[in-house]
Structure formats: structure tokens, C-alpha cells
Write a protein that binds this ligand. Structure first.
Ligand code: ZN
Length: 269
């Protein structure tokens, strides 16, 4: 499948389009096949759109995102599902479009007025941006970078349980702060959350993380020094785990799961 992101419709298209309809962070899907509605006219669904955005073309067919009310009822035979839960099961291309859609819906919703002078904004004609007609401020979709890091010591990996997801042992992660490099962010997050120092920080990969507007940048690192000392406001517990000893987790999807696979595979190699 071939998806081309676009911010305006290149031409008025006849025929069906793909509709990515969001109620909060929940996407409307058919539970039998996980697909989004594919319709010529979304009024068939009897839902009240708040705003609609063009996302691009999938195999020549238009894709739209639509913001619905937070309490919208799904049409018969369909359900609203948390996009985050769909992220591991949905077709990769649909997942990418849905992720883009959620970010654009969120951006459109939160940039109706200029952040500098408060005047109503309008969409720019030549790029995905909002323009303030009064003071000229241009606002792009905001992307907040976050790091996630696999720390290895003597063939063991550091996993922690956080207050945010207490049922799962996962990797250290956190948002990049203003003025920081990615490597500085890795060192700071690791130091703050588990009190150790790391070295040999290496880029691993990245993943769009549209909840609602992040980019997850993954690293590997080696333990350098210190004893685990957890920040109790964020971390419940943290420890080193050998590959044959990894805790039973709910399936870790996305780049965090790929980092753990990397650790396991590195030992087999
Ligand atoms: Zn303005």
C-alpha cells in the first residue's frame, strides 16, 4: 500500500475515501476486521463532525481525519477503540495514517487561535501550518521528542515499573527538555529515575508516537557506574534482568519491544 501525505486535496475526488474518525484518542473501526470506514460520504455514519482534515492519498484514495465529540456514540456494528491499543495489531500503513490523523486532529483543535495575539487562525495554503491573519504568526504541528533507552550491564538489561504503567516492567523513557541534546536527555533521565550513569549511548531507531504529539527516539547504552537508586515519584522498582529471566510483560509493542528484542538477539549472536 502506498500512502502519500498531503495537506490539501489535489483535486476533488469522486468515489469512496478512508475516514479516520476520532472521539478523543479513540478511533472508529469495524471490530470484525479493524478497518476504518471506506465511504463516499461520511454523513452515512450519522455522526456530527466538529472539524475535518485532509491527510493524504492511500493508493490514490483520499484519507480524512475527523474530530468528533468526546462522547460520540459509534454507529451500529462499529466501535471506538483506543488508538494506542490498536497500534500493535493494525495494518502498518493504516496505523501510520491513523497516527498522523490523531496528531493533526489534536493540532487543529488546539491552534484555532493565535498563541501570540489571540486572533482566530486560518490554514496556510502552501504548507501544513496555521497562519494568524492579524500578527502573521505561523504555527506548525508541534512534535515533542522523547527518548527511550535500553541499558545493558553484564548481559543484563535494566527494566523498571513506573507509576504511569505499574503493571509492566519497561525501559527508561522521558521527554526531551528545552536546550537539551538527545544524549544529554538520556543521561539525565537515567540519572533522575534510577540514579546510575551510562556511557556509549548509540542511536537505535525512532517511532512516531502520536499520543498526542511525540516522536520516540530509541537508544542503547552501557552501564557506567553507580547503584540503582529510584526516584519514588516516578518509579516503583527497577532491576537488572538476564535474557532468560525477562519478566512476563503484556506484549511490548513498538520501538520499546524492538529494543528488548535487540538485547535478546545480541546475546544469541
Ligand atoms: Zn496573532
Amino acid at each position: 500500500m502506498n500512502f502519500t501525505p498531503l495537506f490539501t486535496e489535489p483535486f476533488k475526488q469522486k468515489g469512496p475515501a478512508y475516514w479516520f474518525l476520532f472521539s478523543g484518542q479513540n478511533l472508529l473501526v469495524d471490530p470484525s476486521d479493524g478497518m476504518v470506514p471506506y465511504l463516499t460520504d461520511m454523513t452515512e455514519l450519522n455522526l456530527k463532525p466538529i472539524r475535518r482534515q485532509y491527510l493524504g492519498a492511500l493508493n490514490g484514495r483520499s484519507c480524512y481525519s475527523v474530530e468528533l465529540a468526546g462522547d460520540a456514540d459509534p454507529p451500529e456494528g462499529m466501535v471506538f477503540q483506543r488508538l494506542r491499543d490498536l497500534f500493535d495489531t493494525m495494518d502498518e500503513t493504516f496505523c501510520r495514517i491513523a497516527g498522523l490523523g490523531l496528531q493533526i486532529v489534536h493540532w487543529d483543535q488546539t491552534h484555532q487561535y493565535c498563541g501570540r495575539c489571540g486572533a482566530p487562525t486560518r490554514n496556510k495554503d502552501d504548507e501544513r501550518a496555521k497562519l494568524c491573519p492579524k500578527c502573521g504568526l505561523v504555527s506548525y504541528p508541534r512534535i515533542s521528542p522523547a527518548i527511550i533507552v535500553a541499558i545493558v550491564k553484564d548481559h543484563q538489561i535494566l527494566l523498571a515499573r513506573t507509576n504511569r504503567s505499574p503493571t509492566k516492567k519497561g525501559l527508561i523513557a522521558g521527554y526531551v527538555e528545552a536546550g537539551e541534546t538527545l544524549e544529554e536527555c538520556v543521561r539525565r533521565e537515567v540519572r533522575e529515575e534510577v540514579g546510575i550513569e551510562v556511557r556509549n549511548i548509540r542511536y537505535f531507531g525512532s517511532q512516531s508516537w502520536p499520543f498526542p504529539s511525540s516522536l520516540m527516539i530509541a537508544f542503547t547504552a552501557e552501564y557506567a557506574s553507580g547503584e540503582i537508586r529510584i526516584d519514588k515519584s516516578e518509579i516503583i522498582d527497577a532491576d537488572w534482568f538476564a535474557a532468560e529471566n525477562l519478566p512476563e510483560n503484556p506484549k511490548e509493542g513498538g520501538i520499546g519491544g524492538r529494543l528488548i528484542d535487540w538485547f535478546v538477539d545480541a546475546l544469541d549472536a
